[in-house]
Ligand binder design. Structure first.
Ligand SMILES: Nc1nc2c(ncn2[C@@H]2O[C@H](COP(=O)(O)OP(=O)(O)OP(=O)(O)O)[C@@H](O)[C@H]2O)c(=O)[nH]1
Ligand SMILES: [Mg+2]
Length: 331
């Protein structure tokens, strides 16, 4: 799956420092007298030291998506994954650190230019290394935070806003990922235990010459939003922002480990949370036994009923929206 955010790796403070030292060792220095050469070498060396550190820091914050202009789906996901304010603060720390490195290097340059003794030059270089190392130590936790965010963001699928999207939702272990596997090329992990799916995954299928998106989501428990965990909240973000149709999957066979009453309660909760979104309610695992007799049945595993479900889903997606009341005639 291709993630929407292409973010370069976030280095550690130690890696940045190491890059600085390696670059600084290449400095040669020119001049007529030994003192001129020592000074020129020190100036080159500290310039070479700061540059990869500043570039490394800058690369992290310029490659991050610009938070204020992110489309709402990604923005809300970022809020769930990492917190927008926290992400901004940590990016801000990197900007601060880059400025500090620049400023300290300029200070050291001035001192070295004015130095009459080799000892003074060496002292200024060493002092710069120490100051930069402590600036980097101060932002190491920000780098760690952003490294984690980068890892999470790389898993976020790129949703094409021009394609219609079906989001598969339901309790854990009911077969959502199996269904996404059966009807698209996406290969989310299917497993016998609940909470297998921790991230949103996107697949595509084509029907009647039109391409559609289908999204797999983590399982939801029947509980208030306030007590939902981060993984569940990702599912809600997808339902809120990308679902043109929600396919709600139930497992009436008892094999998921979640009683049908709980699944029904979750379903009615989602209906009231997303009143404007059309739902298709489907009972899965038809190969294992009878269902409630009140809904369409499929077996995501054997494929039984899946084609019919797709046709119904596409029909629901492409049927014209109910005509709005012409202006001037409403109440
Ligand atoms: N017999 C049978 N087993 C199924 C069917 N669909 C899924 N399963 C099994 O049910 C288990 C859970 O399937 P998943 O697709 O991982 O379920 P999920 O809803 O994605 O689960 P979470 O990601 O944990 O929420 C796996 O062991 C699947 O093989 C089906 O139609 N018939
Ligand atoms: Mg799953």
């Amino acid at each position: 799956m291709v993630g929407v955010f292409r973010l370069p790796p976030v280095p550690t403070a130690a890696e940045l420092l190491d890059r600085g030292f390696r670059a600084s060792r290449k400095a040669k220095g020119t001049g007529r007298t030994a003192h001129d050469r020592a000074r020129s070498r020190a100036l080159q060396s500290i310039g070479a030291f700061g540059k990869p550190i500043r570039t490394g820091l800058q690369r992290v914050y310029t490659s991050f998506p610009s938070i204020d202009t992110l489309p709402p789906f990604y923005r809300e996901l970022l809020e769930v994954i990492a917190g927008i304010d926290e992400t901004k603060q940590n990016l801000g720390s990197l900007r601060w650190a880059r400025e500090q490195v620049l400023k300290r290097t300029q200070d050291a340059r001035r001192t070295i230019r004015a130095s009459g003794f080799k000892e003074e030059i060496d002292r200024a270089s060493r002092a710069l290394h120490g100051r930069v190392a402590s600036v980097l130590r101060a932002i190491d936790s920000s780098l760690t935070f952003l490294r984690k965010v980068r890892g999470d963001l790389r898993l976020v699928p790129g949703v094409d806003p021009d394609l219609r999207t079906i989001v598969i939702a339901g309790s854990p272990n009911v077969g959502k990922s199996q269904l996404v596997q059966t009807l698209s090329q996406a290969r989310p992990t299917v497993a016998t235990y609940p909470f297998t799916t921790q991230d949103l995954a996107l697949g595509h299928f084509t029907l009647g010459g039109r391409r559609f998106q289908v999204m797999d989501t983590p399982g939801l428990l029947d509980r208030p939003v306030s007590s939902r965990n981060q993984v569940e909240r990702k599912a809600l973000v997808a339902l809120r922002h990308v679902a043109d149709l929600i396919v709600f999957l139930l497992d009436p066979t008892g094999t998921s480990g979640y009683p049908l009453e709980d699944q029904e309660a979750l379903l009615s909760d989602l209906h009231s949370t997303f009143p404007a979104t059309p739902f298709l309610e489907v009972e899965n695992k038809a190969d294992l036994g009878p269902g409630t007799g009140t809904r369409r049945r499929i077996s995501a595993l054997t494929g039984r009923g899946v084609d019919r479900l797709l046709r119904e889903a596409v029909q629901a997606l492409t049927s014209p929206a109910p005509a709005s009341v012409p202006r001037g005639r409403a109440g």
